[in-house]
Design a binder for this molecule. Structure first.
Ligand SMILES: CC(C)(COP(=O)(O)OP(=O)(O)OC[C@H]1O[C@@H](n2cnc3c(N)ncnc32)[C@H](O)[C@@H]1OP(=O)(O)O)[C@@H](O)C(=O)NCCC(=O)NCCS
Length: 237
């Protein structure tokens, strides 16, 4: 199936989403708008428990953007949305007809991402490509032998890029399944190399840069032909 990845664009007020496409929204997290009034008390309490001010701000911004994004599909005010949580903490819409809308949120460094689908689950991960990170140590701990295979080839830059590609693919897939990190099936196999499918052929993965030094992967349990990217609250790269 031919795959189309659109450039980042300004979204319409009420975006239309078909079952064959995925919408991906990016937003900067270092935002100074007062967004607290969009969150519910439980979320504000969670923000207060985050002792590092930058982390609390990023959490508030991400939750507010999530609410604004979902509200634009559902034609509902962001503050009226309610979430419930899966056994491993994956948030989903609750409390009214969500019209088959599914979403997943991710944040890293200065950027947040929200993926939205209709009728199918979705997982997304974004990572800042941190040059200081001891990626070999993390790979030894988190990656399976088949995922580690190939990480030793090429120059340092290539190895680091491959590490983040595998990391975001693994996380997006695990987040799509929503099962958490005690999930016994955590090996994406050779999907981290050329292919876009997981080893059992049930999840489709697509990786791409989000901004300078940021890499993301999307995971959806069916082949999708269109990835439409929306950019509402833009700051220059
Ligand atoms: C819980 C987890 C989803 C958090 O991941 P993270 O990289 O810290 O954060 P991300 O930015 O990717 O995603 C966080 C968002 O995912 C959503 N989320 C939380 N639990 C989730 C779950 N079990 N499944 C899917 N989505 C989940 C939430 O919306 C959360 O954001 P919020 O708390 O602001 O609402 C999980 O990925 C984790 O614990 N990872 C730790 C790293 C690890 O063990 N990696 C091994 C594989 S390489």
């Amino acid at each position: 199936m031919a795959f189309v990845l659109t450039p980042w664009q300004i979204p319409p007020t009420h975006p239309e989403l078909t079952e064959q496409s995925v919408h991906l929204w990016r937003f900067p997290l270092d935002c100074h708008e007062p967004l607290e009034s969009l969150l519910e008390e439980q979320e504000l309490q969670r923000a207060r428990r985050l002792r590092v001010p930058g982390k609390a701000r990023a959490f508030i911004t991400a939750r507010a953007r999530l609410r604004q994004i979902l509200g634009s599909y559902l034609n509902l005010a962001p503050e009226t949305l309610r979430f419930k949580y899966g056994p491993a903490g994956k948030p989903v819409l609750a409390g009214y007809s969500s019209d088959g809308l599914a979403f997943n949120l991710a944040h890293s460094g200065q950027w947040g991402l929200c993926a939205v689908t209709r009728g199918v689950e979705v997982g997304v991960d974004i990572e800042r490509v941190d040059r200081q990170l001891d990626h070999e140590k993390l790979a030894a701990y988190f990656f399976s032998p088949s995922e580690r295979n190939g990480l030793h080839a090429g120059d340092a830059l290539r190895r680091r890029r491959l590490f983040f590609r595998i990391w975001t693919r693994k996380e997006a897939w695990l987040k799509g399944k929503g099962g958490g990190f005690s999930d016994p099936d955590q090996d994406i196999g050779p999907a981290h190399l050329e292919g876009c499918c997981t080893h059992d052929g049930t999840w489709w993965l697509r990786s791409f840069p989000v901004a300078r030094h940021y890499l993301a992967t999307l995971a959806v349990p069916q082949e999708f032909s269109l990835l439409q990217r929306w950019d509402c609250w833009h700051t220059p790269d």
